[in-house]
Design a protein. Structure first.
Length: 221
């Protein structure tokens, strides 16, 4: 999943990006409201973590511009403004969740996971496809009862295709979703990772799980 963090505190930027990347998310960082708006309305983010008290443009203004755009990310406000009226205003302006600073990173992660499940209409964090189970909360794949030895990138590709089951996902879309905007990876890298994923699946007797639609992309039915 791809996350945008709009936060002006350098310390919090660093800790959030490091923590979320360790968990397997692709993370972009914006340090003010103007930059956050530019990222949000041109990117393709699953979740945006948005501070309210930002330089150059307030978080509520950013939120309003997101909701007027063609983008439809889940938005979690992360703010020190802890009054009930602040939370009500944020939710009424279009936020999907509101978490007050200081906060527990584990709680933030749990809320992000809940927003991702809502986005993809998944009631359970575990997706079952034949013999394969994918725990989207732990970013781990299982074959039967055993953990399936995939690289983090292979797991991300499998998870994203599973969440979009029945839809053809282009290499460009995969590239955008599993790497942050500063990555130098190319579509060739996606092809290599998909090939590696298929080889590991075939070695375990799982064939034809990831289909190719020539000229369009990849698909899990």
């Amino acid at each position: 999943m791809k996350i945008l963090v709009v936060e002006d505190s350098r310390k919090l930027q660093k800790s959030l990006s490091a923590g979320l990347r360790r968990l397997g998310y692709a993370v972009d960082i914006a340090g003010d409201g103007e930059e956050g708006t530019a990222f949000a309305i041109t990117g393709n983010y699953d979740v945006i973590v948005l501070d309210l008290m930002l330089p150059r443009k307030s978080g509520l203004e950013v939120l309003q511009e997101i909701r007027r755009s063609n983008q439809s990310p889940e938005v979690l406000i992360l703010s020190a403004r802890d009054q009930t009226r602040d939370r009500i205003e944020g939710l009424q302006q279009g936020a999907d969740d509101y978490l007050v600073k200081p906060f527990s990173f584990d709680e933030l992660h749990a809320r992000i996971q809940a927003l991702v499940r809502r986005r993809f209409k998944q009631k359970s964090p575990v997706i079952s496809i034949g013999k394969i189970k994918i725990d989207t909360s732990l970013h781990i794949a299982y074959l039967g009862a055993d953990c399936f030895p995939l690289t983090p990138t292979e797991t991300s590709i499998l998870e994203y295709l599973a969440l979009n089951r029945g839809r053809v996902i282009s290499p460009d879309r995969l590239l955008n979703q599993i790497y942050d905007s500063n990555s130098y990876s190319s579509k060739n890298a996606i092809e290599v990772h998909v090939s590696g994923l298929r080889k590991k699946l075939r070695a375990q007797g799982v064939t034809d799980l990831v289909e190719t639609r020539r000229g369009f992309g990849y698909l899990i039915n």
